[in-house]
Design a protein around this ligand. Structure first.
Ligand code: ADP
Ligand code: ADP
Length: 231
C-alpha cells in the first residue's frame, strides 16, 4: 500500500548538505508490524517523516495505494497526513489540560467529524486501549503508560490504515513498554504499523519485519517471527 522507489532526501544548511536518505526502496503492506532500527542519525525519523508526508523528499517516488504522489500539492499532503496517518509519539503530544475524551475529539473535529460522533468514537477507542472509566481524567493526570495508550487511542480513532510510531516506548519502563508494543501488535492485524525503536530486543518478539538503516541506506530488511516455521 506504500511503495518507496529510489527515495533520496537531503538537508541543506548554510554550510553543508546532509543526505539523510539514499535511494530507499521499500514496500509496505497492511498487516505488517515493522521495527525500524539503526544508530542515531541513520535516517529513521526522516524515513518516517517522508512516509507520513511530514517531510518532502528530493528524489524518487512514493506510491500510496498504487497512486503516485508526484502530483500532490501542499493541500493534498496535508489531507494525506490528516486522513491516512495515525501518529504516536514518544512524548505523547497530548493536550495536558484536556480530558482523555477531549484529546481524541479534538483530532476528530479537525478531520470534520460532528461533535456527537466524535464523542462516541472517543469513548469507544478509550475502551479499546484499556482506559475505560478515565473519560473525565485530564491527560496531565495520567501515568506514562496511560498517556501512551491515550495517544494510541487518538491515532486509532482517526481510523487510518497506517500507524506511525516514533519511539513509542522511549519514556516507558520495560513492562509498560511491553504492553504498548503488544497493543500495537494487535492493531497491526488490519493496519500497517511502522515503529522506530532504539530497543529492538524489546520489540523483536512482536514485530513481523525488521529494517535497519545505516547512513541513510537500508542495510537490513528481513521478516521476523514468520508464521510458517513448522516442518
Ligand atoms: P535518526 O532518526 O536515525 O536519528 P534522522 O532521520 O533524525 O536520524 O537524521 C538523519 C540525518 O539527517 C542525520 O545526519 C541528521 O543530522 C540529519 N538531519 C535530520 N534532520 C535535520 C534537519 N532538520 N536539518 C539538517 N539535518 C538534519
Ligand atoms: P513548492 O515547491 O511550490 O513549495 P511543493 O509541492 O514542492 O511546492 O511543496 C509544497 C508544500 O508541500 C511544501 O511546503 C512541502 O512541505 C509540502 N510537500 C511537498 N512534497 C512533500 C512530500 N513528499 N511530503 C510531505 N510534504 C511535502
Amino acid at each position: 500500500m506504500i511503495v518507496l522507489q529510489n527515495i533520496s532526501k537531503y538537508y541543506y544548511t548554510d554550510t553543508s548538505v546532509t543526505q539523510a536518505l539514499r535511494k530507499i526502496n521499500l514496500e509496505f503492506k497492511i498487516g505488517e508490524f515493522v521495527a525500524i532500527t539503526g544508530e542515531s542519525g541513520s535516517g529513521k525519523s526522516t524515513l518516517l517523516n517522508v512516509i507520513s508526508g511530514m517531510d518532502a523528499f528530493d528524489d524518487g517516488e512514493m506510491f500510496f495505494c498504487g497512486e503516485p504522489t508526484f502530483q500532490y500539492d501542499a493541500a493534498d499532503w496535508e489531507n494525506f497526513r490528516r486522513n491516512e496517518i495515525g501518529f504516536v509519539f514518544q512524548n505523547y503530544s497530548l493536550i495536558g489540560h484536556y480530558t482523555t475524551v477531549e484529546n481524541i475529539k479534538s483530532a476528530l473535529l479537525i478531520m470534520g467529524y460532528q461533535e456527537e460522533e466524535a464523542t462516541r468514537k472517543a469513548v469507544t477507542y478509550l475502551e479499546k486501549v484499556g482506559l475505560k472509566g478515565l473519560e473525565k481524567q485530564r491527560a496531565s493526570e495520567l501515568s506514562s503508560g496511560q498517556k501512551q495508550r491515550l495517544s494510541i487511542a487518538r491515532a486509532l480513532a482517526k481510523n487510518t490504515s497506517i500507524i506511525v510510531a516514533d519511539e513509542p516506548t522511549g519514556n516507558l519502563d520495560r513492562e509498560t513498554g511491553d504492553q504498548i508494543i503488544q497493543l500495537l501488535k494487535e492493531l497491526s492485524k488490519d493496519k500497517l504499523v511502522l515503529m522506530v525503536t532504539h530497543n529492538y530486543d524489546q520489540a523483536e518478539p512482536y514485530v513481523t519485519r525488521k529494517i535497519r538503516l545505516h547512513d541513510g541506506e537500508v542495510v537490513v530488511d528481513v521478516p521476523v517471527n514468520e508464521q510458517d516455521e513448522s516442518v
